[in-house]
Design a protein around this ligand. Structure first.
Ligand code: SF4
Length: 170
């Protein structure tokens, strides 16, 4: 495929079903505006075609997967934005309060760290108070789940983010 025109409605609906099921399994809610969500899904599918990974449809990806890991949907910023703004940056995910009409969506500033900040965050630590830890601690950058083990888990048991979304925390 070479452009969005080739993304079929069937593909979009299939993707939507899986996204909705994953969201519900993990305690998240998709925006109830299905047409809006379909448009975002077209963006995600386009990015999969273009880059080989589902970069956020509302941000500009670099095409370098390692550099864009924080932008792979669900991005590292989803949960913080849900906490602070009741929706992720794209408003693909929303909180229960928004779903129930108790809160309205407002514009959300992009909290993505700049490159230098991201590199710093990814540098990690190997010791605490001068004492080496028996195991490194890995943090899921999507949901914050922590795991002390030799290597990061293959899949986050909480949000299902893949191994590459973990960072060395301690
Ligand atoms: S969670 Fe929302 S803001 Fe983050 S990548 Fe997905 S659509 Fe974009």
């Amino acid at each position: 495929m070479s452009n969005t025109d080739e993304i079929t409605q069937e593909q979009v609906e299939l993707f939507y079903k899986k996204l909705k099921s994953d969201a519900e399994t993990n305690g998240y809610l998709l925006n109830p505006d299905t047409g809006f969500v379909y448009d975002l899904i077209r963006g995600l599918l386009t990015n999969i075609q273009r880059y080989g990974y589902q970069a956020c449809p509302c941000r500009l990806a670099s095409g370098n997967k390692t550099a864009d890991l924080d932008l792979i949907c669900p991005c590292d910023y989803r949960d913080s934005d849900l906490n602070d703004y009741d929706a992720c940056y794209c408003a693909l995910y929303i909180t229960k309060d928004v779903a129930e009409g108790k809160k309205k969506l407002s514009s959300i500033p992009d909290r993505r760290l700049n490159e230098e900040q991201r590199n710093l965050r990814n540098s990690g630590q190997t010791e605490t108070a001068g004492k080496p830890l028996p195991y490194p601690v890995w943090r899921c950058k999507v949901c914050g789940y922590l795991a002390a083990r030799t290597d990061p888990p293959g899949v986050c048991p909480v949000c299902k983010a893949t191994k590459e979304r973990f960072e060395r925390f301690m």
